[in-house]
Write a protein that binds this ligand. Structure first.
Ligand code: PLP
Length: 400
C-alpha cells in the first residue's frame, strides 16, 4: 500500500486548488459556475510569444536547454530588470524556472534546514508556507492589519525575527490583498534587515506591472541597494503577460544562492522547455503596450467589482492598489445562515455556500492566513464579473 512521505502527510491541499476542483465538478454537472477562484488572466498570450515559440522550433532548438536558462532569455530578463526596475544585474545572478513557483521551490530547497524559520506577512499567497514546510521550514506569520492597508509593519517583522530566521518573504503587489509598499514602508523594513544580517529576503514581484491609481511598483533594492547580497527577486511571465500555461518564471539574486538553486533545478527538471523560453524572450523584448492595456482593463474591472462589493451591506471591501483580486471582509455575516440554510460559521463555510447556492467559486481568506475574508479574482470577463456581483448581492441579501 502506498504511504506518502512524512513531509507530505501534514501538508494540506491549497484551498485555491480544492475550490477550483469543486467548481469544475459543478460545471460538469451543468451548473452555471462563475470561477473567480484562480489567479488566471483571461487574456490570450501576446502574439510575440507565440511567434517566439514557433521561431524556436523552426531554428531547431529542440534539445535539452542549459539548466539556468537560454542565453537570449537571460539577456532579455537582464534588460527587463534595467528597464522596469532600474537594476543592473549580471546573467550569473539570473535563472529561468518552471514558473515563479519553481523559483520559490528551488530557493527553499536550496537554503532551508530543519527548523529554519520563514517569516511571512499574512495574508500571504498560499504556496510560501506550504513549500517552506516541504523542506523542514517553519512558517512564522506576521499578521498585517486591515487599517494599515494590509502593509506589514516593520516593528512586527522585527519582533518575528529570531536567530533561526532564514527568510523574510515580501510579496507586493500582494496576492490576495492587492496592497503595495511605499518607499517609507520599504525603508523601515530595510532598517530592520540591517539589524538582522542573517535574514535573506524573498521579494516576489510577479504582480509588479499591475498597479493602479498611477502608483508604480518599487522594489526593495531600489531603496536599499546595500541589501543586494541578501535579496532574491521572484518574477515571471504568468500574470502581467497572461502566460500562465507557458510555465516561465525567473529569479534574480546573489550568485551563490542562484548557483545552489541551479543545482536543485538540474536534479528536478533539467531546465525549462525551449519553446516556452523562446516565447518568453520575445514577449519581454516587446514594448510594454500590451501589458499596459491589460493593466488598464484590470483597473477598470477593479472599479466595477470593488464598487459593487462596497454597496453590499454586510461586506467591507478596501480598494486594492495592485494585482487582480478583491478581498472583502465577512465578519459582519459570520454565525448567520445562508438562504439555503447553511451555517456561515467561518469563511470556508461562506465560500462553500456561495459556490453551492450561487455558483460562484472564490477562495476563503483563511487559506491565505487571514479570515474571515473572501478572495475574488477580477481577472475574468466583464459580463461574468457583472453577473457574479449580482449573484453575490442576492446571496448576501438572503443571509439571515
Ligand atoms: N507568486 C504569486 C504571488 C502568485 O500569486 C503566483 C501565482 O498565483 C505565483 C507566484 C506563481 O506563478 P507562476 O508559477 O505561474 O509563475
Amino acid at each position: 500500500m502506498f504511504k506518502p512521505a512524512e513531509r507530505l502527510a501534514t501538508l494540506p491541499t491549497p484551498a485555491t486548488i480544492a475550490m477550483a476542483a469543486r467548481a469544475r465538478e459543478l460545471k460538469a454537472q451543468g451548473k452555471p459556475v462563475i470561477s473567480l477562484a484562480l489567479g488566471e488572466p483571461d487574456f490570450p498570450s501576446p502574439n510575440a510569444a507565440l511567434e517566439g515559440a514557433v521561431a524556436e522550433v523552426r531554428a531547431g532548438h529542440t534539445g535539452y536547454p542549459p539548466i539556468p536558462g537560454q542565453k537570449p532569455l537571460l539577456e532579455a530578463i537582464a534588460a527587463k530588470f534595467k528597464r522596469d526596475n532600474g537594476l543592473d544585474v549580471s546573467l550569473e545572478q539570473l535563472m529561468v524556472c518552471n514558473g515563479g513557483k519553481q523559483a520559490i521551490f528551488n530557493a527553499f530547497m536550496a537554503s532551508l534546514n530543519e527548523g529554519d524559520e520563514v517569516v511571512v506577512p499574512a495574508p500571504y499567497w498560499v504556496s510560501y508556507p506550504l513549500i517552506a514546510r516541504m523542506f523542514g521550514g517553519v512558517p512564522v506569520e506576521v499578521p498585517c492589519r486591515e487599517e494599515d492597508g494590509f502593509r506589514p509593519q516593520a516593528e512586527a517583522i522585527r519582533a518575528a525575527i529570531t536567530l533561526r530566521t532564514r527568510w523574510l518573504v515580501l510579496n507586493f503587489p500582494n496576492n490576495p490583498t492587492g496592497a503595495i509598499l511605499e518607499r517609507a514602508d520599504l525603508e523601515a523594513i530595510a532598517a530592520v534587515l540591517r539589524d538582522a544580517p542573517h535574514v535573506m529576503v524573498m521579494s516576489d514581484e510577479i504582480y509588479e506591472h499591475l498597479t493602479f491609481d498611477g502608483k508604480a511598483h518599487l522594489s526593495l533594492l531600489n531603496v536599499a541597494p546595500d541589501l543586494a547580497e541578501r535579496v532574491l527577486i521572484i518574477n515571471g511571465m504568468s500574470k502581467a503577460y497572461a502566460m500562465t500555461g507557458w510555465r516561465v518564471g525567473f529569479a534574480c539574486g546573489p550568485v551563490p544562492l542562484i548557483k545552489a538553486m541551479i543545482k536543485v533545478q538540474g536534479n528536478a527538471t533539467s531546465g525549462i522547455c525551449t519553446l516556452a523560453q523562446g516565447g518568453a524572450a520575445a514577449a519581454l523584448r516587446e514594448d510594454m503596450a500590451g501589458v499596459q492595456a491589460m493593466r488598464a482593463t484590470y483597473e477598470r474591472r477593479r472599479g466595477v467589482v470593488v464598487g459593487a462589493l462596497q454597496q453590499i451591506t454586510g461586506l467591507s471591501c478596501a480598494m486594492p492598489q495592485g494585482a487582480f483580486y478583491a478581498y472583502p471582509g465577512l465578519s459582519a455575516l459570520m454565525g448567520m445562515h445562508s438562504a439555503g440554510g447553511r451555517l456561515l460559521k467561518d469563511d470556508v463555510a461562506f465560500a462553500e455556500a456561495l459556490l453551492e447556492e450561487a455558483h460562484i467559486a472564490t477562495v476563503p481568506g483563511s487559506a491565505f492566513g487571514y479570515g474571515p475574508h473572501l478572495r475574488l479574482s477580477f481577472a475574468a470577463a466583464d459580463a461574468e464579473l457583472a453577473e457574479a456581483c449580482e449573484r453575490l448581492k442576492d446571496f448576501v441579501a438572503g443571509i439571515k
